[in-house]
Write a protein that binds this ligand. Structure first.
Ligand code: OXD
Ligand code: MN
Length: 589
């Protein structure tokens, strides 16, 4: 008798009609063979899926050029499909499951003709963890099969674990014809199911990542009493060798990857990496908040990564530990066959091929690497990997940080008065859009807890869920907001950032230990000048004042914007969050 898993795979094969089916065992040997297929057989618009890079300088590294229309997550084509639109909320695109299933059936029908169907059994979280989830993704492209080996714990053991049960997360993915008109990413939270067609891009196609570990998992967390969050996870070791674990939510492209492997500018402090993108937070048996990173790799933005901004990532990319390492849509140095991107150390090479495969004219204003070009690399390559990374229990959290890019308004760091106000400060968070969206530079996009594109249900209910978690915690972590991006009147960043962000972490730990002084303001507690370590930095008191100034007019304006944003959640918005907003307004009046 076929198991539920075998039956499900058979049904998907009957629909998509592949030439053959390959059940992946997750081994290195298999990954080498699949890459070979990507080099020799599979093509996207005539270009092989993989190209080998200079193995002497970039060991185990391969290049992938995606379809030119398929270079980023496509939020407008991403849907949550639940019978009740109200459950999904105004923060998501909604489609009724009947309509979605019908639509997807047509699109998947025969979509794998002439291709290999790869069946990928994988775990999100350590297999021994009570919080881990068994999943199976089907795909029809070698790039996704190999990427999933890097990003998840993939292998035969998962099939044993699933056994005869139907309790596994299902993901059906096909690149289809790559047409943006036929590109959809649809989540069915009630069925633990994701359908994705028309894209091979990471966030759309590696279904264990945003689709499962955030959108579906946030819904599971809502029902089961835990949180799936868009957070980096680090351990900060102090000079007396204590380690404090901190979870930090920053929106996409705000530097979570750099933060997760920060090289400390303060002697005696060290940051240990656990994750750069996703954290699952559970209430442990001791009543504390425990966190784990369900992924096993980094899918990071390449441009801007260098020995200066993130030396530990550069070391990770040169490490031979785990096969393979992928570079997607970067430029290539034609003379040396090495990947290249804007911001990489050294001179700009003479001869570059741009991300579209054309010769790049030196000095051209166009970027050689796509601004969202990526590397995919195993976390086991990371020299700062925490010893606790593989601990099935996860790590106990002492502090949570909500961040964003705000050139005005928000001080470098603010501590919330309590959990409730902390949840409000996460809920009101926003971030400035980047230069990539040409006409909207500096526009604030509200992005509560950095989860706007990833919360799989009504965000009003999500805020209530955060509040209820706090109630259940015996010793809730302190909550902070951080902003590395505040500028002065000339548009110059006030704070050096990068390795100096350890100073903020030090203050946070000192607050956790009740060692540092703080000053009360309407938005929370800010550091006293003499309680914050600025040693070795040429940082004037005048700059400090600017970095921590709180402007009443700006905050009253901000409160109006927050209110407008909150309004859309109607009666799903918790009274306590409304009360926090009213308190903020009153305290500024
Ligand atoms: C990511 C994102 O790729 O947030 O991590 O977009
Ligand atoms: Mn992310």
């Amino acid at each position: 008798m076929a198991t539920p898993l075998e039956k499900w795979v058979e049904e998907q094969a009957a629909l998509t009609k592949p030439k053959k089916i390959h059940w992946c065992d997750g081994s290195e040997e298999e990954a080498r063979k699949i890459i070979e297929i990507g080099i020799k057989e599979e093509k996207i618009e005539g270009t092989p899926v993989f190209k080998e890079l200079n193995q002497n300088r970039w060991s185990s590294s391969y290049y992938h050029k995606s379809h030119p229309t398929d270079v980023a997550r496509t939020e407008h084509l991403t849907f949550i499909s639940h019978p009740d639109k109200d459950v999904v909320g105004p923060n998501n695109n909604w489609m009724h499951p009947d309509e979605a299933k019908q639509k997807m059936k047509k699109l998947f029908d025969g979509s794998m003709k002439g291709k290999t169907m790869y069946v990928l059994p994988y775990m999100m979280g350590h297999p021994d963890s009570p919080y881990a989830k068994a999943c199976v993704q089907i795909t029809d492209i070698s790039y996704v099969a190999v990427s999933m080996r890097i990003m998840t714990r993939m292998g035969k053991k998962v099939i044993e674990k699933i056994g005869n049960s139907d309790n596994f997360v299902k993901g059906l993915h096909s690149v289809g014809d790559f047409s943006p008109e036929r590109r959809f990413i649809i989540h069915y939270p009630e069925e633990n199911l994701v359908h994705s067609i028309g894209s091979g891009y990471g966030g759309n196609a590696l279904l264990g990542k945003k689709c499962f570990s955030l959108r579906i998992a946030s819904w599971l967390g809502f029902k089961e009493g835990w949180l799936a969050e868009h957070m980096a996870l680090i351990g900060v070791e102090t000079p007396d060798n204590k380690i404090y674990y901190i979870a930090a939510a920053f929106p996409s492209a705000c530097g979570k990857t750099n933060f997760s492997m920060l090289q400390s500018a303060l002697p005696g402090y060290k940051v240990w990496t656990i994750g750069d993108d996703i954290a699952w937070l559970n209430i442990g048996p001791d009543g504390r908040l425990w966190a784990l990173n369900p992924e096993t790799g980094f899918f990071g933005v390449a441009p801007g990564t260098s020995m200066k901004t993130n030396p530990n990532m550069m070391r990770t990319l040169k490490n031979k530990n785990f096969y393979p390492i992928l570079f997607t849509n970067t430029a290539i140095n034609i003379d040396t066959n090495e990947p290249w991107w804007e911001g990489l150390d050294g001179e700009i090479p003479e001869n570059l091929m741009d991300w579209q495969g054309k010769k790049w004219e030196k000095g051209s204003s166009a970027k050689a690497a796509h601004p969202n070009s990526r590397f995919t690399v195993s976390i086991y390559n990371c020299p700062t990997l925490s010893k606790e990374y593989d601990n099935p229990r996860g790590v106990p959290i002492s502090a949570i940080i909500f961040g964003g890019k705000r050139t005005k308004l928000l001080p470098l760091v603010v501590e919330a008065f309590d959990w409730e106000q902390g949840v409000f400060s996460g809920a009101r968070s926003g971030s400035e859009t980047t230069a990539a969206a040409a006409h909207s530079v500096g526009v604030i996009r509200r992005d509560p807890m950095a989860m706007l594109p990833f919360c799989g249900y009504n965000m009003g209910d999500y805020f209530a869920h955060w509040l209820s978690i706090g109630k259940k915690l015996k010793n809730p972590p302190k909550i902070f907001t951080a902003n590395w991006f505040r500028t002065d009147e000339n548009g110059k960043f006030l704070w050096p950032g990068f390795g100096d962000n350890i100073r903020v972490l030090k203050w946070i730990i000192d607050r956790v230990e009740n060692k540092a002084k703080a000053k009360q303001t309407p938005i929370g507690l800010i550091p006293e000048y003499d309680s914050f370590d600025l040693s070795g930095l040429n940082f004037t008191k005048e700059n400090w004042e600017k970095l921590f100034s709180i402007n009443r007019e700006e905050w009253l304006q901000e409160a109006k914007e927050i209110e407008k944003f909150f309004c859309q959640f109607g009666d799903h918005l918790p009274e306590k969050i409304k009360a926090q907003l009213n308190k903020l307004i009153n305290d500024f009046k």
